[in-house]
Design a protein around this ligand. Structure first.
Ligand SMILES: Nc1nc2c(ncn2[C@@H]2O[C@H](COP(=O)(O)OP(=O)(O)OP(=O)(O)O)[C@@H](O)[C@H]2O)c(=O)[nH]1
Ligand SMILES: [Mg+2]
Length: 205
């Protein structure tokens, strides 16, 4: 279990498979540099960005799912730790940002959809909802995607959101963290903060 969490009353978490760009997005949001990398599994402990005066945290969680060179039991443990972290802090998490790789996500979901298998991303999206945490799916790396609307419709469908995807702009946010193009995510997060009367936190998004 991760033991690093500062004791703050409000939090936004970034969660998702490894190598999707969580730490890159964290850097864009905070202006602070976190370790990012070309190989999955770079972040092994949560990165907390902590505003003591606001009693607020943004947390970049370790990535889960397949990581080449990382043994399965280690991957399983990371996933369990991430799930526990979210469960234990659910009452304080105002928004859960599920980051996915817009270029790869459909193939990965389809490869892992079966009778006895729920893909990680679909599972995590459902999990946040079960816990009552408003979820925003940051569809990252859109700079690599040509058929944008088609892709986003396909993703919406797989998450149980009936296309066209534009109906869900509080939930689906196409971005390119590396290029600093994250406006749709900021708008979606603000929407959910506003719903919880936390407009005071708009300055972070
Ligand atoms: N093309 C493109 N690449 C990106 C984008 N955002 C991040 N990347 C790249 O994706 C790779 C992984 O980025 P990270 O931010 O380390 O990913 P992560 O989700 O934190 O990975 P873990 O810590 O392993 O879970 C890096 O090489 C980034 O430069 C983007 O918007 N577009
Ligand atoms: Mg990372």
């Amino acid at each position: 279990m991760f033991e690093t969490r500062p004791d703050r009353d409000a939090e936004v978490v970034l969660v998702g498979r490894s190598n999707v760009g969580k730490s890159t997005l964290m850097r864009e949001l905070t202006g602070h540099s976190f370790e990012t990398g070309g190989s999955p599994g770079v972040t092994t402990e949560p990165n907390h960005y902590d505003w003591t005066s606001e009693d607020f945290l943004i947390t970049d969680l370790p990535g889960f799912g397949f990581m080449s060179g990382v043994p399965e039991d280690v991957r399983e443990r990371i996933k369990t730790d991430v799930v526990r972290y979210i469960e234990e802090n659910a009452g304080k998490i105002l928004v859960g940002v599920l980051v996915v790789d817009g270029k790869a996500v459909i193939d990965i979901i389809d490869r892992h959809s079966g009778e006895r298998e729920v893909p990680h991303d679909v599972e995590m999206f459902g999990f946040l909802q079960e816990l009552g945490i408003p979820a925003v799916v940051a569809v990252n790396k859109m700079d690599k995607v040509d058929d944008r609307d088609e892709r986003l419709d396909e993703l919406a469908e797989r998450l149980g959101l009936y296309p066209p995807w534009q109906q869900f702009d509080e939930t689906l946010a196409p971005i390119s963290a590396k290029r600093g193009s994250i406006g749709p995510l900021e708008a979606a997060v603000r929407h959910h903060l506003h719903e919880q009367q936390r407009d005071d936190l708009f300055k972070f998004f």
